[in-house]
Design a protein around this ligand. Structure first.
Ligand SMILES: *Cc1c(COP(=O)(O)O)cnc(C)c1O
Length: 385
């Protein structure tokens, strides 16, 4: 084995249900862009098909792959679509994002053949991220220009810049701008602005629906969000485990250089394990600075510079781990556990980036079993080994 991901689809469904209960009567729109945050687009989508009002992806290609696989739930494409592909988007019954009334909106209208069903669109307003979206001042006129037979205005939406920060006033400023921009929009048009963090921390942002990404995978948008929500008794279930296997172990004396640049030297007689994954497999190149993995039920440090396809782990404290032993990068190993958040922080990044960069080619094993009717908090792993 090089590496393997194990993904619990039932946990994802339970996270969606927990979020839905939290934000009701607002609805949860799962965000499954970036290969469902590394969890696998088609399998995650299949697990949600028919039970959610809509899903959001970034690219048209993701939406077309879903349709090809028979996915029937409405799909909102958050990002831009090449003009030449707009007709294919319309034919696949995909909902698109419009952010101005210029050439892109005209191309989108032109993609709707005369007499065809209107294209469902969500108008995006930039209330403060300075990313996709029309300016607040331009919104009323642009929204009026979308009132044409080729378009069905399904939603108006925006995105928040600082919803993880509880002491920031910017979220309310953005909400107020959004309300101003959309004041003339009929009430039946769906309004959505919150992602996971806002949906959790700022109830007034829930509006008609929330676009929940990171939370449905059982990961927290920030440590602050985790602290506040767990204090309130709200829990998520991480759905992904990431493992590899030790290729071989070197027993070396103190002061032995390890890896490129001799960036690390053993400080004592050591057992150095070689791992068959590197930055091409999603392990950040700087993981050797302070990240740990689990081996033999112990936390063991990654050492040296991570290579393209290999890395090193100090197994001195895990005498039971040898060639062929499993190594857990995210997940549990006996008494030890490593969360995506903690692993990401040790690599100087956030869980979002770690999971989104897990290559599509890593084998993914799925479990999709609901726990027995009498659930206990400590369920056995659905991947009983
Ligand atoms: C990615 C994304 C989301 C989901 O954000 P999470 O923090 O993962 O919940 C919501 N809305 C937009 C526009 C996004 O790009």
């Amino acid at each position: 084995m090089i590496a393997e991901l194990r993904i619990d689809l039932a946990a994802i469904r339970r996270n969606v249900a927990a979020l839905a209960a939290l934000v009701a009567p607002a609805r949860v729109v799962p965000v499954i862009k970036a290969n469902a945050y590394g969890h696998g687009l088609l399998d995650v989508a299949h697990a949600l098909d028919g039970s959610v009002p809509r899903v959001a992806v970034y690219e048209l290609d993701e939406a077309l792959a879903l349709r090809e696989a028979g996915f029937a739930t409405p799909i909102h494409v958050l990002g831009p679509v090449a003009p030449a592909a707009l007709a294919a988007a319309h034919a696949a019954d995909v909902e698109l994002t419009l952010w101005d009334r210029g050439a892109y909106a005209r191309d989108a209208a032109a993609a709707v053949r005369h007499g065809g069903a209107p294209l469902r669109v969500h108008a995006k307003i930039d209330t403060g991220v300075t990313r996709l979206g029309m300016r607040v001042d331009d919104a009323p006129a642009a929204l009026r220009s979308f009132e044409r037979p080729e378009f069905d205005l399904a939603g108006v939406f925006s995105h928040l810049a600082a919803a993880e920060e509880l002491d920031s006033t910017f979220t309310h400023e953005q909400l107020e701008r959004f309300a101003r921009a959309t004041a003339g929009v009929p009430a039946h048009v769906e309004r959505h602005i919150a992602a996971t963090a806002a949906a959790m921390l700022w109830p007034e942002t829930r509006l008609d629906s929330v676009r929940a990404g990171i939370g449905i995978y059982g990961l927290w948008p920030s440590p602050e969000t985790e602290r506040v929500m767990r204090e309130r008794g709200f829990e998520l279930e991480p759905a992904l485990e990431w493992r590899t296997e030790i290729v071989l172990v070197h027993e070396v004396p103190a002061h032995t250089p390890v890896g490129y640049g001799c960036a690390y030297h053993t400080k004592r007689p050591s057992r150095i394990g070689v791992l068959p994954i590197g930055y091409a497999e999603g392990l950040p190149r700087n993981a050797g600075e302070s990240a740990h993995v689990l081996a033999g039920g112990r936390r063991c440090r990654i050492v040296g510079r991570v290579c393209m396809n290999m890395a090193f782990v100090d197994l001195t404290e895990a005498p039971g781990a040898g060639a062929g032993s499993p190594v857990t990068l995210i997940g549990v190993d006996g008494p030890a556990a490593m969360g995506a958040d903690e692993f990401a922080a040790a690599c100087g990044t956030i869980a979002y980036e770690i999971v989104a960069r897990l290559p599509a080619g890593v084998p993914r094993r799925y479990a999709d079993a609901e726990p027995a009717a009498s659930t206990t908090r400590l369920r056995p792993s659905p991947f009983a080994r």
